[in-house]
Ligand binder design. Structure first.
Ligand code: MTE
Ligand code: MO
Length: 352
């Protein structure tokens, strides 16, 4: 292979479904902190919208309803956040017992820099009326939900407090370029620290309301149901759990004796990552991994040098702890729809 040809070797997405399109990112092959456009995971509930409006309106309990266009946005003060976007269903295929739903492995996650105008600034232009409680984001994609026998758009709300957080953005750029169509062009919400379902793509309308939003992507989906056959004890999916993923080596790799760099990422929806520990003896002993950058909202890259002399089969575990004091459990919290899987990550390797 010539040098030129070699430079073209690329990582690809892994297809879970074609329509609506659901694809995983090549999570094991990134040592950078931002993904190129082509490698962002894609998670859709409906076919892509066939007509995209280049503006959206803010209405409801506001003093002055306003429409915003891309042109206006470009002349407004913007902010950039580097944030991890993780689907609440990431790693769903690891739940025991198994749960229904897209069988995501470890790649329903990506990271990059989103630029946009804080929603708070826009709500300052429109003003808020008394009684404002939640902000609803309605998207341009829609379809039929069989469970409620209704055609609905993708829509979700945020409590006012999170909507007014200075880092909750109406983004219009990803890595300094217009947002790729499949990831929400021209406008998408970015809600750092929350699982991906909150970051509504293709925003069409923003409505301030005085009660709890009850759309199906909020009242039925993205709810933790701890029991298989009844809804008791349910609660909404919001903040990301503390989590980590071993990127290298790969699960079931065959390696030589000697030195191996075990590397990966860790993230949390609360505070920052405080430490990542590695075990190569099935969890009996743990050693700290070395952390790289540790920006709020972004994942932390970590590394651990493993010196292995003895041949045999090994189980490697990674376990992250955040500054809020949360640590990855040995077994994830089972819930019927399979959200928030965050058991310590585990791979097996053989040393020959
Ligand atoms: N309009 C719209 N926004 C959406 C969705 C969707 O189906 N439609 N899926 C949500 C979910 S569940 C996730 S995990 C993220 C995925 O974003 P991505 O496709 O850009 O990776 O978008 C969220 N926003
Ligand atoms: Mo998701």
């Amino acid at each position: 292979m010539s040098k030129h040809e070699k430079s073209k070797v690329r990582a690809y997405l892994t297809t879970r479904k074609v329509n609506p399109e659901n694809q995983e990112s090549p999570i094991h092959f990134f040592d950078k902190t931002t993904y190129p456009h082509s490698c962002l995971f894609r998670r859709n509930h409906f076919p892509y919208p066939d007509y995209i409006s280049a503006s959206f309106v803010i209405t409801g309990l506001v003093q002055k309803p306003l429409r915003f266009s891309l042109e206006q946005f470009q002349s407004m003060p913007s902010k950039r956040v580097k944030a991890v976007l993780e689907c609440a269903g990431d790693k769903r295929n690891l739940f025991v017992p198994k749960v229904y739903g897209e069988q995501w492995e470890k790649g329903a996650i990506s990271q990059g820099c989103w630029s946009g105008v804080p929603l708070r600034d826009l709500l300052q232009y429109t003003g808020l009326l008394k009684g404002a409680k939640e902000v609803v984001f309605e998207a341009q994609d829609y379809g039929k939900r069989k469970d409620i026998d209704q055609t609905v758009p993708y829509a979700r709300s945020l409590p006012l407090q999170k909507a007014l957080h200075p880092d909750t953005l109406i983004a219009y750029e990803y890595n300094e370029k217009p947002i790729p169509f499949k990831n929400g062009f021209p406008f998408r919400l970015i809600v750092p620290q929350w699982y991906g379902m909150a970051s509504v793509k293709w925003i069409k309308q923003i409505t301030v309301i005085d009660k709890q939003f009850e759309g199906p992507f909020q009242a039925i989906d993205y709810v933790y149901y701890p029991n298989k056959d009844e809804d008791t004890g349910k609660f909404p999916v919001t903040l990301m759990n503390v989590n980590s993923t071993i990127q290298q080596p790969l699960n079931m790799d065959i390696l030589n004796t000697g030195n191996h760099m075990i590397s990966g990422i860790a993230m949390t929806g609360q505070g920052r990552i405080a430490k990542v520990e590695i075990s190569i003896d099935k969890g009996k002993t743990w050693s700290p991994a070395k952390l790289e950058h540790n920006d709020e909202y972004a994942w932390v890259r970590w590394k651990y040098l493993w010196e292995v002399q003895e041949t045999g089969e090994y189980i490697i575990l990674s376990r992250a702890t955040d500054t809020a004091g949360r640590t990855q459990p040995g077994t994830a919290f089972w819930n019927r729809k399979g959200y928030g899987y965050n058991a310590m990550d585990k791979i097996e390797v053989k040393i020959e």
